[in-house]
Design a binder for this molecule. Structure first.
Ligand code: PEP
Length: 252
């Protein structure tokens, strides 16, 4: 059965103290209220990972994620953080290819293929983001665009490695804008993604968790998660408030 996942992406928010407080709040609410079949993940800024990871040690239902990693193993890459460093502080997941990284840091599909490889080599599960900008949606070519992102960054993987990947579909026009894709639009794209993955990996794609991201909140999560190919969410803004975030995780 596919894993249900709700992952928070804090982006560049929260001081260390604020991040620790938010983590403790999430841990407590999850322990009291969430069923065991949902995996909650906190995607914290890199500098918080070690401290948040320590808090999560006794919270088996909540896992730790980084928001990026270098495509290089080690060396003279000032300011970068390697996949190996991330696992050394307890990260289990890494968000790769978020549209903000693609837009502001020019991350290409080719570069992301390398990041996916090095993440897997170091035992991290990539949460691989894909999604189209508004112009592409308006031109009606969103399926082709998203499928090309997947082909160019993931289709070199062996079936064994592919099985470790989590996908997050995030229409860029819905991120942080308050404009959510309708439940029908989300399901339609998730089905197209799964069909494309199936064309390469066959039955293994049935087991891939595909998350939706883009202005997901407690008020719309239930409708979006009802889509048969929607296996959870990647949550930005609403992951900064423990109650909202866990309410989303309770929305299956
Ligand atoms: C995101 O950036 O991954 C995201 C989904 O943001 P938001 O929920 O704020 O739209």
């Amino acid at each position: 059965m596919r894993k249900k996942i709700v992952a928070g992406n804090w982006k560049m928010n929260n001081t260390l103290e604020e991040g620790k407080k938010l983590t403790s709040e999430v841990i407590n609410i999850v322990a009291d209220e969430l069923t065991d079949d949902v995996q909650v993940i906190l995607g914290t800024p890199a500098i918080h990972l070690d401290s948040v990871g320590k808090l999560l040690k006794d919270a088996p239902k909540v896992a730790l994620s980084a928001q990026n990693c270098s495509e290089h193993a080690a060396g003279a890459y000032t300011g970068e953080i390697s996949a190996k460093m991330l696992t050394s502080v307890g990260a289990e997941y890494v968000i790769l290819g978020h549209s903000e990284r693609r837009e502001y840091f020019n991350e290409s599909n080719e570069q992301l293929a390398k990041k996916v490889d090095i993440a897997l080599e170091n035992g991290l599960t990539p949460i691989f983001c894909c999604g189209e900008a508004l112009e592409i949606r308006e031109a009606g070519t969103q399926n082709e665009y998203v499928c090309q992102q997947l082909t160019e960054s993931l289709f070199h993987l062996s079936e064994e490695d592919f099985k470790k990947i989590v996908i997050a579909y995030e229409p860029i026009w819905a991120i942080g804008t308050g404009k959510t894709a309708s439940a029908a639009q989300a399901q339609e794209m998730h089905a197209a993604i799964r069909a494309h993955l199936t064309s390469k990996y066959g039955a293994a794609a049935e087991e891939t968790s595909i998350l939706y991201g883009g202005s997901c909140k407690p008020s719309n999560a239930n409708e979006i998660f009802a889509g048969k190919d929607v296996d959870g969410g990647l949550i930005g803004g609403a992951s900064l408030a423990a109650r909202d975030f866990v309410e989303i995780a309770k929305s299956f």
